[in-house]
Design a protein around this ligand. Sequence first.
Ligand SMILES: Nc1nc2c(ncn2[C@@H]2O[C@H](COP(=O)(O)OP(=O)(O)OP(=O)(O)O)[C@@H](O)[C@H]2O)c(=O)[nH]1
Ligand SMILES: [Mg+2]
Length: 443
Amino acid sequence: MLNDTIAAISTGKDLSAVSIIRMSGDEVFTIINQLFTKKLDTVPSHTIHYGYIKNPLNGELVDEVLVSVFRAPRTYTKEDVIEINCHGGAFITKKILSLVLGCGARLAEPGEFTKRAFLNGRIDLSQAEAVQDLLDAKHDDQVKIALSALKGSVHKLMEPLLDRLVQIISNIEVNIDYPEYDDVEVLTQETILPDVELWLKEIDTILEKSQSGSIIKEGLQTVIVGKPNVGKSSLLNALLEEDKAIVTNIAGTTRDIVEGDVRLKNITLHLMDTAGIRDTSDVVEQIGVEKSKAVIEKAQLVILVFDGSQPLDDEDKELLEMTKNRNRIVVYNKSDLGNIHDGLTICAQEGDIQALIDEINNRYEDAHALIDEPILINERQIGLMMQAKMAMARAYEALQFNVELDLVTIDLQDCYRCLKEIEGSYSKEGLLDEIFTRFCLGK
Ligand SMILES: Nc1nc2c(ncn2[C@@H]2O[C@H](COP(=O)(O)OP(=O)(O)OP(=O)(O)O)[C@@H](O)[C@H]2O)c(=O)[nH]1
Ligand SMILES: [Mg+2]
């Protein structure tokens, strides 16, 4: 049942001055009236009331509280919502929650308030996901992206495309089903082709921006590679400004991938320190080397470290070859021991790595500007957009081969479905409704 009344503690587990117990559903007033010293049935919406929570069984006072009243539909869930602001102690908070449950509420599942907001049509799925992103945010940029998605930027991003797509789908449907309906333009492969070509480009742009945006959000996947003992772990530690990875003068110290995030001026790096790559007979080290190679494949930025005081040997050259087509920065470490190469020099041991930091900031100078553009905010959305692109590409190809429009429309509808699923709002009936209302057919 959708409107059964749910309740949960909405504030964190840590000790705090105030806790909030939130309720949503048809029965919130029946429940609060059994527990609160004042009757709230008739009070206006969006008001706060001072009083006491009492145990309905024996009338004993439990806590001094403020109760907020929000009447449907202008609430978080679009249902009646009541929030009890009580003292923050874990014991009191849980006691009040148990009284609320005792009076007929059901304990909410994780995320259930937001789920109701979605099911009741107050927010779309992309906005519900943005709520989770806001809760998970670890820096300002993530907050900014999540907030803009919460305000509906994902919908706005796709709206123009969806609008024109549905118009063409409707038009084709009408041409097929109501050939006698001569108010409507008769479309041909030729007339649609330019639109479809344009949409493909638009989808590509959205995908590109979203992928760059996810770098801002998740951090640039950055791997530090090099042969053993060149100072990779020392560099990781210097960038993180903490002794996270073990550093020794024994070649082959690092085996597992060691990770950490660092926020630079223009971009956040998700750093991965790897096992030094070389041919080795040590089984554990071999596994580490394999892991390093796998990480290089996935990385968005490769920092290749050499010992700058030494000439490059065959192993170094092999690494240069292995990473030559990657987004790569080569650094010469151990500058305190002298440097015999041209290029970026650092001294990881002393924390002297500014040259590298400057280079990264320069490369990602524009990244920050992207943050104000609407983007898709997660893999689910990007995955669906890729499916939409494939469907659109099929339609494009079919049109070029002059395939009948009643077949092309299947791909267009598939594309439409993927775009709507990004918002979690696809239904076949929905599409039919759109078609009918647009042309006032069967009024
Ligand atoms: N002189 C000097 N020594 C350094 C510098 N950076 C690292 N070292 C030393 O080089 C040795 C290896 O450093 P690590 O950071 O463990 O090197 P690594 O590349 O992670 O080595 P593996 O994990 O074995 O692949 C240690 O003795 C460090 O103290 C530097 O800038 N100058
Ligand atoms: Mg290491």
